[in-house]
Design a protein around this ligand. Structure first.
Ligand SMILES: CC(C)(COP(=O)(O)OP(=O)(O)OC[C@H]1O[C@@H](n2cnc3c(N)ncnc32)[C@H](O)[C@@H]1OP(=O)(O)O)[C@@H](O)C(=O)NCCC(=O)NCCS
Length: 223
């Protein structure tokens, strides 16, 4: 269980160290670039412009090493805990974004259940270059093809970058589970009390986009 973590900024530091400061995250930071090398991606840095030739496809066996490394970087391992549920990301359907050279740019793990598609994990190898948006658009297509009525996910109260990202792409906050991370902390005491941007890490927010016929797709947002 050492690599198990709840999904949040903090989950990237499962040993209880402080999260990276916001400015460092937005810039990618030296540590992130060093980690990029560990993925063997040679990823471009933020500021280099949109990632050229990005495309999304289902993960293939040869992606596993890079996807595993990305999940380890973001969540401390292959496990995430959301809405009191523990998922092994290796066991769920995964979409990958790759750049023009075929290098991993991001990964989205999802599950179809009930009437919706849940985005269990979304992570870009280097933020701000378009992979997250491309993956979200592709996930919506999967959801629509499966007849799902909604695309939804859970994030934590400190993840302001993600809240901005998702809301600008048409998802709405539909529920707040106050104390959800506190409950997870009872199961995993190494989850820190302070999250990104020095925000106390305590709650989960559920975001959702209804996939009603005639509604503009994610591909058309943000304007
Ligand atoms: C959130 C995340 C998936 C977005 O993917 P992305 O590839 O960076 O997104 P895109 O390049 O398509 O779009 C960039 C947008 O994300 C925002 N963004 C979110 N996090 C960002 C970050 N750390 N650095 C730069 N931009 C970020 C940008 O402001 C930009 O918003 P805008 O286009 O509305 O102005 C990605 O930043 C990431 O991997 N974050 C860490 C993992 C995480 O928190 N995942 C969500 C958990 S629920």
């Amino acid at each position: 269980m050492g690599t198990e973590a709840t999904r949040s900024r903090i989950e990237r530091v499962p040993d209880g160290r402080a999260a990276r400061p916001r400015a460092s995250r937005r810039a990618g930071g030296a540590a992130a670039r060093k980690e990029a090398g560990s993925l063997g991606c040679g990823r471009p840095r933020r500021g280099d412009g949109p990632m050229a030739g990005i495309r999304v496809r289902p993960a293939e066996p040869h992606d596993r090493e890079d996807v595993t490394a990305l999940h380890h970087r973001e969540w401390g391992g292959p496990y995430v805990v959301v809405h009191d549920t523990r998922y092994d990301l290796r066991e769920l359907p995964t979409l990958v974004a790759v750049d023009g050279a075929g290098r991993l740019a991001g990964a989205l793990v999802h599950r179809l259940a009930d009437d919706g598609l849940e985005v269990v994990s979304l992570a870009a190898t280097s933020p701000g270059l378009g992979a997250g948006t491309a993956l979200l658009v592709a996930a919506e297509a999967v959801a629509v093809a499966a007849g799902a009525a909604r695309l939804w996910l859970v994030t934590t109260n400190d993840n302001l970058d993600a809240l901005r990202f998702y809301q600008r792409r048409g998802l709405r906050i539909v529920a707040v589970d106050a104390g959800a991370v506190d409950r997870a902390r009872e199961l995993k005491p190494t989850i820190p009390w302070i999250g990104a941007d020095d925000i106390p890490l305590r709650d989960e927010l559920r975001l959702e986009r209804r996939l009603t016929p005639g509604q503009a797709s994610l591909a058309s947002t943000p304007s």
